[in-house]
Ligand binder design. Sequence first.
Ligand code: FAD
Ligand code: NAI
Length: 465
Amino acid sequence: MMAYDLVIIGTGPGGYVCAVRAAQLGMKVAVVEKNELGGTCLNVGCMPSKALLHASEMFEEAGHSFAKMGVVVPAPKLDLPSMMKFKQQGIDGNVKGVEFLMKKNKIDVIHGSGRIVSAGKVEVSADGKTQTVETRNIVIATGSDIARLKGIEIDEKRIVSSTGALSLDKVPGRLLIVGAGVIGLELGSVWQRLGAQVAVVEFLDRILPGMDGEIARQFQRLLEKQGFAFKLGSKVTSVDTSGKMLQVKVEPAAGGAAETLEADVVLVCIGRVPYTEGLGLKEAGVALDSRGRVEIDGHFATNVPGIYAIGDVVAGPMLAHKAEDEGVACAEILAGQAGHVNYDVIPGVVYTTPEVSAVGKTEEELKQEGIAYTVGKFPFTANGRSKVNQTTDGFVKVLADAKTDRVLGVHIIGIEAGEMIHEAAVLMEFGGAAEDLARTCHAHPTRSEAIKEAALAVGKRAIHM
Ligand code: FAD
Ligand code: NAI
């Protein structure tokens, strides 16, 4: 008799959600975790970053936006230790929530570092002791780790990754960010709002690669208005830590004369890499792809029978909700059901001010794939609710198939874009057309009416423009 039907290594959003779904389906489940429950997302990712984004946005609003509405408050003062406490309370609350879910679903939590001995056997080491757990199936959900820049050592004090940038003990005078991706722009926003001068060095000639180009260009302009300075088409080649200020050498990506920028703190956020260290994959014969990700088939199965993998450690966008959906689908497949993830409809959100959100194809992707499409756009300057709230930056863009009108992509830049994107996701999940979106009654006055108007604009019949 096997002790478990399923042992999952890692309790991030992929692992713990997979465990809950498997337990719901009647499996005897254990999770193995070497750090806190909840993984990157709850402890050093999504959750702490959103707590600081919320708190710093409130600080910024109290300082700059209240007075114009007739709410006169004294200039806000920053109490950074309290803000960090607020962040920690949010983390603790969510980690406790995962603990509760494990208990409620009778899932055993084994603390320690997991190593796969072979299919059906996981060795767990903690505090110098090792135990071997036998199981019918194993799911690898070990997530990802920061990507490093050659020759630049992260000390998490002056040269930080996202983890250090979530816990700085004072606001840096000058923050230099390497990488204009999601982490750079979110955490850059936090520290910019709290008073740092932020410069971002990006290798490519645009920010937020992967997002729609038109949205990214407008986003860059808005961030510049907030005080961000961008150095695009550039790379950081070294950081001299010997003096009081960091001396950062920046070169054009294509080669050319270097310049030196000064910074108090450098944040390196140039992507993340799959995390498989110490897992014993080579010995167990589990194949990795050329980028170090665990190779899986359409059913999350690795090349070794009985071993599966989900989340950041496999191919696809490194997003918590993608990991969660894979966790659910993988558990359902293990239970003999038809688990499925629709990779064409995974929303992405950047939680800045304004927010940026997207689902489906960008214009660039449609062009590259040779798909004929129509575009409907609607600016928040023409949306009543945005006008009365005086938050009119941004627009909605709906991309629909030129022949069938089926919605292929929706892109939003604007306040609450991250909440608004889901009506588009539901529509796309059901294969809906722009016409369906345009004919769905939207409550007035809401910012979501801009989505309906953009859908109307696909057929050149927006009302308020
Ligand atoms: P992880 O969450 O990385 O969890 C893996 C777990 O496995 C960890 O707890 C680790 O300790 C454990 N582990 C690894 N190896 C072993 C071992 N051998 N034995 C035992 N345990 C092991 N995504 C979003 O969708 N929205 C966001 O807003 C967002 N914000 C982010 C902000 C930051 C700063 C960062 C860094 C990431 C953010 N992400 C966000 C990405 C998100 O955190 C990841 O996509 C998500 O956590 C992946 O989930 P996972 O379950 O695959 O792995
Ligand atoms: P990213 O992939 O989003 O951005 C990295 C950026 O660094 C890219 O623009 C890239 O061109 C640039 N870059 C790479 N090498 C460089 C170099 N040597 N010099 C200068 N620029 C360089 O990665 P990021 O921001 O580190 O985030 C990692 C992952 O975490 C992402 O995949 C993202 O999905 C996830 N995440 C998601 C969030 C969300 O959903 N809101 C928030 C934060 C992270």
